[in-house]
Design a protein around this ligand. Structure first.
Ligand code: ATP
Ligand code: MG
Length: 329
């Protein structure tokens, strides 16, 4: 992308990034209604730009064979995870994206260490894996409802008050390991206000076509609002790292949340700057020989190379066609 676009995206998301090492108080530090000075009517255009940018990046990511991306999405109920995934990924090739939703662990999953099931869903090189809920549930819902921890069959010495700090450390190290091995981890928390959650729950009750989305369990979880805010604050403070930062995306306005989510992913891909593989000079020479042979097969009166005739600037120079831009300093 152009330097200007890249800078615009970086500026948009900079206030959302949790500074590594900072102590977060969610309610004090992040406003769910923030919209970065944008207006809704500019939003649709911006989202379209973001989505087509992602499509272009993803094509290049899929072509190379070094990097993969893990995008973790966390939110409170009705935070808009599903809609965000649907909109942000609307332009990309489904073959390069893998969405995994993590629910209450199965008995098979509970028979393993807690990171096991997330390991199973990691991307291959070239892929984007979206985690709809993620390993962070292990320090969120499990912390708010410690009976979940009991079900995890941990040895005696691994329970107790140090368990959350230990998990933060383990998660940070796991993400560091992934990053060092080519898998970039980026984390988005869709930050919804309590009042907007109430409105969205009511909408699910008021509109018959939304009734299926309503869950009494969600309303029960709402009663633990303050405990979740605390668990989120602790988690954001402990696990936003230089290699795998958290972004707190204001989620009261869906249109803005979607733009931000697309921007965070675009920024991540921009940092990777994936390139179409360069086949090398020898392979290129071989291609030119093959082209000559194919051209000789042209039927009488037809163009030797119909594609080149329609696209006069294509191919003839023998140069690679990566769309990379110069790295900013
Ligand atoms: P939807 O938008 O469809 O409601 P959802 O992500 O809320 O999507 P649900 O099936 O409603 O999916 O809920 C999944 C539940 O699983 C959540 O309440 C979540 O907290 C819980 N969960 C996820 N991971 C764990 C875990 N490791 N231990 C216990 N509960 C978990
Ligand atoms: Mg749910």
């Amino acid at each position: 992308m152009s330097d200007e676009t890249a800078e615009r995206i970086a500026d948009l998301i900079a206030p959302l990034r949790v500074r590594p090492g900072s102590k977060v108080d969610l309610e004090r530090d992040f406003d769910p209604r923030y919209k970065g000075g944008l207006k809704k009517r500019d939003g649709a255009e911006l989202l379209r730009t973001g989505v087509s940018l992602l499509a272009e990046y993803q094509e290049r990511l899929a072509a190379q064979d070094t990097y993969g991306v893990v995008l973790c999405l966390q939110a409170l109920d009705a935070g808009g995870k599903d809609g965000t995934i649907r909109h942000v990924m609307s332009g990309v090739n489904p073959q390069g994206v893998r969405v995994s939703s993590f629910k209450v662990p199965s008995s098979e999953e509970l028979d393993h260490d807690y990171l096991w099931r997330y390991n199973q869903r990691l991307p291959t090189r070239g892929e984007i894996a979206i985690f709809n809920r993620s390993h962070y549930e292990e320090v969120l819902v499990v912390r708010v409802h410690p009976e979940n921890l009991v079900r995890q069959k941990l040895p005696e010495g691994s329970l107790g008050p140090g368990v959350w700090d230990r998990r933060y450390r383990e998660i940070n190290r796991w993400e560091r390991y992934l990053t060092d091995n080519g898998f970039k981890v980026v984390k988005i928390f869709l930050n919804l206000s309590k009042e907007e959650q109430r409105t969205r729950f009511l909408k699910r009750i008021d509109l018959p076509e939304k009734n299926w989305k309503f869950s009494a369990a969600d309303v029960r979880e709402r009663r633990r609002w303050d405990d979740y805010q605390f668990a989120f604050s602790e988690m954001l403070s402990a696990t936003s790292t230089k290699w795998a930062p958290w972004y707190v995306v204001p989620a009261d306005r869906k249109w803005f949340a979607r733009i931000c989510a697309a921007a965070v992913l675009a920024h991540t891909l921009d940092e990777i700057d994936p390139q179409f593989p360069d086949v090398g000079d020898q392979a290129r020479q071989d291609l030119l020989v093959t082209r000559r042979a194919l051209e000789l097969e042209a039927p009488e009166g037809d163009a030797a190379d119909p594609y080149a005739e329609r696209h006069p600037s294509a191919g003839r120079t023998g140069k690679r066609h990566g769309k990379s831009r110069k790295k900013r300093g």
